[in-house]
Write a protein that binds this ligand. Structure first.
Ligand code: AVI
Length: 426
């Protein structure tokens, strides 16, 4: 059975409450927007299958070309030297492409465990059944849930090196800032020596890109419009999808391929108790599918603190799977002298907590003010603290291994904890 690959953001779909809140917030904002992470209900999954089979939608075939025909090269880039490892796929879906890599690794008798992460338990059990049938010697542990939660679970299951797969240019469905934050957080959740294999759709002839998202048969249009039907089904709304039209753009300078829905008339939509008014020709911003230049990929890598290992392109040079590695300095456990950055951030974190009570809406600027004198990376680091206090706690590990340390799943093997100021309660 051919299942869809789910984009990263899909992880939140299980929260029905946040679905309603997100939809209303998006439709009440100016300009109106809806998040493409909500495209993937059952019908959306089915339409995405159709998209992947469209001749115009080159992305799937390009990445398949890499996984099918350059498997050995891929394997050489990701396999840690003479060490068993865990191969973790984010949003594994049917693992259509990665199965070529899995088969190759099994045939080479590589010591690894495959850990597909997906929010859909149903998809994972179908995948598990398929892999048991096709690759009986493969060791598989399926992880159902959100990416970062499941990465921590994977770390608790073994202290082996991790190789993360994030395929399909799913990263392109985040705007650039979200992508930077996601990759940085990913880096922070990994340990030195762990690797990331990530797929990027490259900039190319703009007509080729636009055609992939503006197909004559209206499949991509149906994919977008299905979200309105989903809102009707799940939130009791009364959208008439026929009163909206899909409009696709591609800006070859920025590389942003964007989809919109255009209201065809003045209309008011009921969503439960709420009313949303549209003027004729008003837009809903639906999805970005970012296309990347080599320079932009390098910038993302640098900003997220990964080291470059290598890359493989498809035969048309339209798509690249690139391999990055986490490299962290190992510091000696001389504690606070090594933690100048952390000391600044502890203050920042405490102050943030206090002020957040009073000025919830200004929390971001408080973080920035406190980290003002520190480096740019600290600003992002302090944002991470606010979102992931657990990650911050791990950052206090005396080994300086800012990955999976000093927790129950400590991989640094250090018995000592950095002294934590007693006023910092985790
Ligand atoms: C899942 N994601 C990478 C697809 C893309 O190309 O942005 C989703 C998609 N949207 C329209 N067509 C395909």
């Amino acid at each position: 059975m051919n299942l869809q690959l789910k984009p990263h953001a899909m992880v939140e779909n299980r929260h029905a409450g946040s679905f309603r809140l997100d939809i209303l917030q998006g439709l009440k904002s100016i300009p109106k927007r809806l998040s493409s992470k909500y495209f993937y209900d059952k019908e959306g999954d089915r339409i995405f299958q159709e998209i992947m089979a469209m001749p115009e939608y080159y992305l799937t075939q390009c990445e398949l070309d890499i996984f099918k025909n350059k498997t050995a090269d891929l394997a050489n880039l990701i396999i840690p030297e003479n060490e068993p490892f865990d191969l973790i796929e984010l949003g594994a879906g049917d693992a259509m492409k990665s199965t070529f890599l899995l088969r190759y690794l099994v045939e080479k008798k590589t010591d690894f465990t495959y850990m597909p992460i997906d929010i859909s338990g149903n998809i994972l059990s179908i995948l598990n059944e398929k892999l048991t049938r096709e690759l009986p010697d493969l060791k598989t542990v399926t992880l159902e849930g959100e990416y970062f939660e499941m990465l921590q679970k994977a770390a608790s299951l073994s202290d082996r090196k991790k190789v993360i797969l994030f395929l399909g240019s799913n990263i392109g469905n985040m705007n650039i800032e979200e992508a930077e934050n996601f990759l940085y957080d990913l880096n922070q959740n990994l340990a030195s020596g762990d690797k990331l294999l990530i797929g990027f759709d490259l900039k190319k002839n703009p007509h080729t890109i636009l055609n992939a998202y503006n197909d004559k048969n209206g499949i991509t249009a149906a994919f977008n419009l299905n979200l309105l039907s989903r809102i009707n089904r799940e939130l009791g709304a009364d959208f008439d999808p026929q009163q909206f039209q899909h409009y696709q753009t591609y800006d070859p300078v920025s590389g942003a391929c964007r989809s919109f829905l255009v209201s065809l008339q003045d209309q008011t939509i009921r969503i439960g108790e709420d009313r949303i008014s549209f003027e004729e020709n008003e837009l809903i911003d639906m999805e970005v599918s970012q296309k990347f230049s080599t320079e932009k990929i390098e910038e993302l890598r640098e900003k997220s603190d990964f080291k470059r290992v290598g890359e493989i392109k498809d035969s048309k040079n339209w798509f690249v799977d690139t391999v990055w590695e986490v490299k962290k300095e190992i510091r000696s456990p001389t504690y606070l002298s090594d933690y100048t950055d952390s000391a600044i951030l502890i203050k920042s974190f405490n102050l943030l907590n206090q002020r957040e009570q009073k000025h919830k809406n200004q929390s971001n600027s408080v973080t920035k003010t406190q980290a003002h004198d520190s480096k740019h990376s600290n600003i992002r680091f302090s944002k991470t603290i606010r979102r992931y206090p657990e990650t911050f706690r791990r950052n206090m590990c005396p080994s300086g291994n800012r990955g999976l340390c000093c927790t129950a799943h400590c991989r640094c093997k250090s018995s000592e904890m950095a002294p934590r100021p007693h006023h910092l309660v985790f």
